[in-house]
Design a protein around this ligand. Structure first.
Ligand SMILES: O=C(O)c1ccccc1NCC(=O)[C@H](O)[C@H](O)COP(=O)(O)O
Length: 205
């Protein structure tokens, strides 16, 4: 089970995510209350073991900028939250996670263009392109549309509901940002709790 802790911006939160067993950690380079500079992300990432994937989040960014940030920070993956197409994704140079906002439970047909990548099912964009803390309607999703895809479930997950999300979706991974925060800051106890809850849920993939 992949477990991704997203929107990290402090060393203690990075350390807690890694020590607790996160498989992926995310840094937001797009406009956001969680935005970090490439220089600071590089600093935060310097002691992260190679086994933990460092993911950079972007929204409709120039491809050359994305490639520069990947090289500068040493990112292992890029997560795209805008209208980027498959041609763009193919040129990023590292594996891509493509986020899709799920409205009325509908899995967009465009996920087929990203079969070679990983899909992230999220709530539709709100003030920013992601990280809203809102869930989409889990019960309305046609799960057969996700057969044969690698995918994260995201959007409004927290330590209390992550087990249920895993039980419903049997995803490749789960992803959280707001649900491991208190007063807008990453909460170390919630990070640990989220990861242990996700780990203890039995999983087939
Ligand atoms: O976190 C942000 O502010 C953000 C801004 C722009 C694009 C993406 C962003 N975050 C994505 C995520 O943190 C998560 O992958 C996902 O949206 C789930 O977030 P949450 O509902 O807060 O757990």
């Amino acid at each position: 089970m992949w477990i991704k802790i997203c929107g990290l911006s402090t060393q203690v939160a990075v350390d807690m995510a890694v020590a607790s067993g996160a498989t992926h950690i995310g840094f937001v380079f797009a406009e956001s209350k969680r935005q970090v500079t490439p220089e600071y992300a590089k600093y935060l990432a310097k002691d992260v073991p190679k086994t933990v994937k460092k993911v950079g989040l972007f929204v409709n960014e120039d491809l050359t900028v994305v490639q520069e940030v990947v090289a500068k920070v040493g990112l292992d993956m890029v997560q795209l939250h805008g209208q980027e197409n498959a041609d763009y994704a193919a040129q990023v140079g590292v594996p891509v996670i493509k986020a899709f906002g799920i409205k009325d439970g509908k899995i967009p047909a465009a996920i087929a263009d990203f079969r070679a990548h990983t899909i992230l099912l999220d709530a539709p964009p709100a003030q920013f392109a992601g990280g809203s803390g809102h869930s989409f309607d889990w019960d309305k999703v046609d799960l057969t549309a996700l057969d044969s895809y690698k995918f994260f479930v995201a959007g409004g997950l927290n330590p209390e509901n992550v087990s249920q999300a895993i039980a419903i979706f049997n995803p490749t991974g789960v992803d959280v940002s707001s649900g491991v925060e208190s007063d807008g800051q990453k909460d170390l106890a919630k990070i640990e709790h989220f990861i242990s809850s996700a780990q203890t849920k039995c999983h087939k993939r």
